[in-house]
Design a protein around this ligand. Structure first.
Ligand SMILES: Cc1cc2nc3c(=O)[nH]c(=O)nc-3n(C[C@H](O)[C@H](O)[C@H](O)COP(=O)(O)OP(=O)(O)OC[C@H]3O[C@@H](n4cnc5c(N)ncnc54)[C@H](O)[C@@H]3O)c2cc1C
Length: 525
């Protein structure tokens, strides 16, 4: 069945990238429809509520709220209210002893907790306090190395702030060369650090068995095996410079603002509709078909969905050149998580918790601690959502646990070979969550007997919600990431936007949506 509307562009996916792309196209006078398989905007930048508590799909902070608000303003929308976060996070090591004393120089341990971690420090906008805490807990760390770590982190974080913000595909060659030369001079170190894995960088600064705990502690800031040192330093620098913000009210507030800006410019968003194929003839895009059989026609299709889905399932493998398939196959996808969203009658503040995210590293043995996907010893974080809907019970509190997990765990969570969920899946999901909650109890005693709501999302849930390969949370894997061309080189009129063509995060993906719109406008003439 052919849609009767006439579209200039069809956007697949109402995540931040798709919404930004659609809004910018519509602002330029183009007729745009967005197809979204779920019931609300935002994709991975969204929130859901349980018993009146607002949970984000993931931890959500940004470093450049002004960039997002400038974009919203350009699109004719009101700005979003961002709050500044006090700390990047609290980083906690494996259980060393059980008792009442904390690690030397560490924040006071949870008052009634049984476990005392081997190390425990908070990163916030006070470099001296950070260095003092590290020195107190790791006396073997050389002062000069610690100073260098802090200097590198702040320098890298500043460099990242000043990276070019124009689409490389729209920047003339001469201008790209000029930028490259000036960047090369300013950020020589940035390039060398982007090639050096974080564990190698840390081993150079803090060598030896005695400092394995410090290396683990610092790697927990960017808890991804193989992450380049630049990634770790940028995060540390951001925390030390105090440049962390989050939308007041939760992640959904930002996505709703972009959806509203798109609608105000005339975009139609169709929720609960899945794109099932991208139509192309003679290497030129014709439109998209939907799961209800409707066929939409347009000269431009912008996919903000998973890259492998875009090329293999929607466009069709036969239309993808072998050389491009090789590129897609060579790049691993990001490591998935599981998410446990809890409502409890325990007050985290009574345990010295709740004012910042807590990252719990299971071991000083790197990279094993980062790689484990077993609930008994995987790395996990505890987040304390602060927003509620009117009417939420004031005696209850929310805790969210984000834990490393694997898509292919135990024969794909007993769903293999299809992601269909049955009794075995639900039993396994409960077992997994139970084990993680038991570990969280080391820090929040009796948690499991004070739960009034438990909601568990596995990598299978992430796959079902996003259609991302293996439930990938942030596009391709950070290690060895490449920048893909947003203009698909082998099908005219097909473009990509979002974290499958560049870095993940609200600012990079909204920017990539804008760049995709600029490419489409240039090509449509
Ligand atoms: C655990 C975790 C922590 C994170 N922490 C942060 C953070 O602190 N700060 C930050 O800025 N970012 C963070 N991110 C990353 C950020 O959430 C993502 O990079 C960003 O939201 C990706 O936006 P996107 O539009 O590219 O993709 P998505 O948000 O994935 O949007 C893609 C959309 O396409 C839809 N879709 C897919 N296929 C189809 C189809 N066939 N038909 C119709 N619709 C389809 C999906 O439903 C989805 O809505 C985090 C992510 C995770 C998972």
């Amino acid at each position: 069945m052919r849609d009767t509307n006439d579209w200039d562009a069809i956007v697949i996916g109402a995540g931040l990238a798709g919404l930004s792309c659609a809004a910018h196209l519509a602002k330029a006078g183009r007729r745009v429809v967005v197809i979204e398989q779920t019931a609300k905007p935002g994709g991975l930048w969204s929130s859901f509520s349980r018993r009146g508590f607002i949970f984000d799909l993931s931890t959500h902070w940004v470093t450049e709220p002004q960039t997002l608000n400038r974009m919203l303003e350009d699109l004719g929308g009101p700005p979003v209210d961002f709050i500044q976060l006090e700390h990047l996070g609290r980083y906690v090591g494996p259980v060393a002893t059980r008792g009442s004393a904390g690690a030397p120089g560490a924040p006071p341990p949870p008052r009634s907790a049984a476990a005392v971690p081997a190390w425990d420090f908070t990163v916030g906008p006070d470099a001296k306090a950070f260095k003092d805490a590290v020195r107190a807990q790791f006396p073997a760390a050389v002062d000069a190395s610690l100073d260098k770590l802090v200097e590198d982190a702040i320098e890298i974080s500043r460099c990242v702030d000043s990276l070019p913000t124009a689409s490389p595909e729209l920047t003339p060659l001469w201008s790209r060369l000029r930028t490259t030369i000036s960047m090369a001079v300013r950020t020589r170190r940035l390039r060398s650090l982007s090639r050096m894995p974080a564990d190698e960088y840390l081993a150079r600064l803090f060598p030896g068995e005695e400092l394995s705990g410090l290396r683990a502690a610092l790697h927990t800031l960017a808890p991804i095996a193989g992450v380049p040192s630049i990634g770790l330093l940028a995060i540390l620098g951001t925390g030390l410079r105090g440049r962390l913000y989050a939308p007041r009210g939760g992640a959904q507030v930002l996505s709703d603002a972009f959806a509203e800006a798109a609608r105000r410019n005339g975009v139609e968003i169709r929720f609960c509709r899945r794109a099932t194929s991208i139509l192309a003839e003679s290497k030129r895009v014709q439109g998209v078909t939907l799961d209800d059989g409707v066929e939409l026609r347009a000269q431009a299709v912008i996919s903000a969905a998973d890259a492998k889905q875009t090329f293999y399932r929607l466009l069709g493998r036969e239309r993808v050149p072998d050389s491009y398939k090789k590129l897609l196959e060579a790049q691993p996808v990001s490591e998935p998580y599981g998410l446990i969203s809890l409502v409890t009658t325990i007050e985290p503040a009574s345990l010295g918790l709740g004012d910042t995210d807590v990252f719990i590293c299971p071991s000083n043995e790197m990279p094993r601690a980062l790689e484990s996907v077993e609930p008994e010893d995987c790395l996990f974080a505890m987040i304390f959502p602060r927003y509620t809907e009117p009417g939420a019970d004031t005696t209850e509190r929310a805790i969210q646990i984000v834990a490393r997990a694997a898509y292919a765990w135990r024969e794909h969570w007993e769903t293999y070979p299809t992601p269909e969920r049955g009794d075995e899946y639900y039993a396994l999901k409960e077992e997994w969550a139970g084990k993680i909650i038991a570990r969280a109890q080391e820090y929040i005693p009796r948690l499991s007997s004070h739960l009034v709501q438990t909601d568990v999302a596995t990598p299978i849930t992430f796959y079902r919600y996003t259609s991302n390969t293996d439930g990938a949370p942030v596009g391709w894997h950070y290690a060895g990431q490449r920048r893909w061309k947003q203009r698909v080189p082998f099908v005219r009129g097909l473009y990509q936007a979002g974290h499958w063509v560049g870095p993940s995060g609200a600012v990079p993906v909204t920017r990539s949506g804008k760049w995709a719109a600029e490419l489409v406008l240039k090509d449509l003439g």
